[in-house]
Design a binder for this molecule. Structure first.
Ligand SMILES: [Zn+2]
Ligand SMILES: [Zn+2]
Length: 130
């Protein structure tokens, strides 16, 4: 499976995703600009940059944990903790359905109260028309 950032300069390939979690931690919220993210575990040897690796900026958000994003368009692509055998892929950057489904939500202590599921809110397939 392949994925890329928004501008397309950085692309990658993964062989297999082990599992997917939704992470609500505060650093993910700030790093992604979103209430929570989908992180996919991928063994290091199952991940390859295809293009634009020189544009990838690595930000150390906590000791030993680097968040990697495209320096041109800002898309977060993965988090990499050197002492772990896998990286945490930002699953939403894949170009295809990974087939695997998320199995858990973590760091709910950091959740924003306004992101609670609101099934009653209007839902639109795209930008709402007035
Ligand atoms: Zn980009
Ligand atoms: Zn997180």
């Amino acid at each position: 499976m392949q994925g890329s950032c928004l501008c397309g300069a950085v692309s990658y390939e993964v062989d297999e995703i082990i599992s997917i979690k939704f992470c609500h931690c505060r650093t993910c919220q700030l790093a992604q600009g979103a209430p929570y993210i989908a992180a996919g575990g991928v063994k290091r040897e199952h991940f390859r940059w295809l293009t634009g690796e020189s544009l990838v900026t690595r930000y150390e958000s906590s000791p030993g944990k680097h968040r990697c994003f495209c320096s041109r368009c800002g898309t977060p692509l993965l988090a990499d903790r050197a002492n772990l055998p896998h990286i945490a892929l930002r699953v939403v950057t894949l170009k295809e359905d990974p087939k695997l489904r998320p199995t858990e939500h973590i760091w709910l202590n950091d959740d924003c109260p306004w992101t609670l599921d609101s099934p009653d809110l209007p839902r639109h397939p795209a930008w709402p028309t007035v």
